[in-house]
Design a protein around this ligand. Sequence first.
Ligand SMILES: Cc1cc2nc3c(=O)[nH]c(=O)nc-3n(C[C@H](O)[C@H](O)[C@H](O)COP(=O)(O)O)c2cc1C
Length: 402
Amino acid sequence: MNERRVLVAVSGGIAAYKIPELVRGLRREGLSVRCALTPAATRFVSPLVLQTLTGVPARTELFDTDEEGQIDHIALADWAELVILAPATAHSLARMAHGLADDLVSTVLLATRSPVLVAPAMNVNMWQHPATQANLALLTERGVRSVGPESGALACGWEGEGRMAEPETLVAEALRVLGPPSLAGETILVSAGGTREPVDAVRALTNRSSGKMGFAIAAEAAARGADVVLIAGPAALPTPAGVRRIDVETALEMRDAVQAEFANASVVIMAAAVSDFRPARASARKIRKEDLGDGEGIHLELVRNPDILAELGREKGNRIVVGFAAESHDLLESARRKLERKGCDLIVANDITRESAGFDTETNAVTFVWPAGDAEELPLLSKREVAARLLERVEKLRSARG
Ligand SMILES: Cc1cc2nc3c(=O)[nH]c(=O)nc-3n(C[C@H](O)[C@H](O)[C@H](O)COP(=O)(O)O)c2cc1C
């Protein structure tokens, strides 16, 4: 995706404070970004911040000989492969709908031949006003894509529809529009998070998995154009844009959900930390300490849970199956054994004793272990970057199999 060119056009809404995050997100994806602001937008976000994040001056004026001399407004419109208007104010949508071109942003929006994505953001009553709705309908009819707004508490104090879509949602949508999506046509099943095995009405056996690695894989796969189903154990994480999420709690529920989705999947990536054991019996009522004498114990009998990955490995056919191995010792040896036993195409091994890697961290240090026994060690990377490297390998496997 390197060197794809995105123009972020900013109009004067309060949500403009989120635009630096949007620019950073686009830059993280390796996109080349320029910014143009309406005069009103410069009241909400500093062109200097955007210049610092993009590495090029942000344009604000149509009639400025210096700015126009550097890259003129038509060249800017031609340069962009995608224009994102965010936040899109009611006023900017109105100007766009009626073909007005009275400042730099509106002129560029009229001049560009590239796809345009708008992210409306405004007070709920402005949003619901028939004028705004009619303007948006006109724009959509002409092929402008609209993302959001979302519902929630608004900066103006009202509650309702009007919040700008989150920057990561806009980044995902930008990647989708830009394409070419390297995983288009693939259906990818990702499992994430730990499982929770009930002991009684209030207690459970679980593990420290946060789900961040699996969620990052799902987000990256969706950004690459795949249809993604994310089967998630209990995880306090937002659903990545464009991903279908199924929440489960126990290993048995995870197995049922995985089995139900498996038939449609072309790639399966099992990043969940599924509990190997569950209590043989879970008490429907809370076990009270008063029911026991001082120093008296409870015997918790554990039974083995089904080995979901091994089951998939046996039934995989032409699918690509990737497993994860989180280990505290003998990392490569146990990853190699796991790969063989479970019939996977690739194991992602991570050493959970390493600092900043493994459970509930933002980064991960993994080693890809291949069927021939080769091991490919990656440096410490963000989980999203690990996901990108993993999916590059998956893409290669898919194209090798035709
Ligand atoms: C504090 C403040 C916040 C505003 N927030 C929004 C907003 O979120 N959405 C919107 O459509 N207009 C908002 N406005 C009104 C716009 O700034 C105004 O309509 C302006 O003319 C928009 O110009 P532009 O679309 O050329 O940037 C806000 C105004 C002020 C003073």
